[in-house]
Design a protein. Sequence first.
Length: 135
Amino acid sequence: ILIGDGESTEVFAPLCGVTQKNISYSSDTVETKMPDCTNEDLPSFKEYGVEAIGIAISCSGKWTVQAHGTIIDWWKGAAPKNIKVQYVDAASGDIEFVNGPAILANLSHDVAKGNKIDGSFELMFSSAPTFVVAS
């Protein structure tokens, strides 16, 4: 996951300390109960459709000095940043990048005595991302 710096010629870089990523593609569904028109005594059948789709990215790792300012400022600013989710070694014709603005939805960190700080956060695309296919 690469985070944009917000400059006019935007530069993307990984966030130091992130060691684990989980990308979740979700669909919000709607349920419609359709009656059996030939025999109204029969139960209705549930039909489902997709109302909206979304992508969330959960990240965790070590809380680093290098990433501290970036992540706290992003959270405090409550505004999207451009990100790129890269599928490393994507084959030609497969999706290599998912790009777009994302909000920092959740942020937490914890530490046990004598250990380094663990951090985790969740990003959500704030609008439809662009899918870039590998060549």
